[in-house]
Ligand binder design. Sequence first.
Ligand code: ATP
Ligand code: MG
Length: 201
Amino acid sequence: MSFASRRVGVMGGTFDPIHHGHLVAASEVAAKFALDEVVFVPTGRPWQKHAREVTHPEHRYLMTVIATASNPRFTVSRVDIDRPGETYTIDTLRDLREVYGEGTELFFITGADALAQIITWKDVDELFSLAHFVGVTRPGHELSGAGIPTAGLSLLQIPALAISSTDCRERVEDDLPVWYLVPDGVVQYIAKHELYRSEHG
Ligand code: ATP
Ligand code: MG
């Protein structure tokens, strides 16, 4: 039965905004791990990011929908933004297990920076029992397995795209273009809703 199981990647993120680094990472993992689908899961209230005000979840959700709409294998889930309270990966994976059912293998896709915090995550053993973890490279963050359980974890080199949401927000604030860093529809959505205009107060 395992040969017939559905393989679903899970790309969690704040997506404030979603950019081509996220999309290339998802696409590469999908190709390398023969995934049937990648579900993008915008966070509710991310516990790692209390330092700054995160954009309203509905804006982040809609930008994620716009960015992924043209790819038949990409979908978006509201499980994190509809769950009250802070977002923990364990809850994301438990909810997605419910949504997708027994016949699905989950692959949680995460950058080296997020992976480095894995030991601060709750219930690390259950995390690894719910999904296979795929750590992707990202410019400025070295991948290393140090301190991280290696069973159930794969590391994957992806083409370096030195794009971050932080940089995109700062560029909008500074009146610099974000064309080609984020999908066209996301450029237009940011302008339409005047997002990121007063990031520095
Ligand atoms: P911020 O600058 O606000 O932290 P971000 O660009 O890091 O935003 P997140 O939403 O925090 O974006 O990232 C979600 C996931 O995507 C994380 O696992 C992160 O490591 C990964 N990621 C982000 N940017 C890239 C990139 N350019 N290449 C590969 N992975 C990336
Ligand atoms: Mg980040």
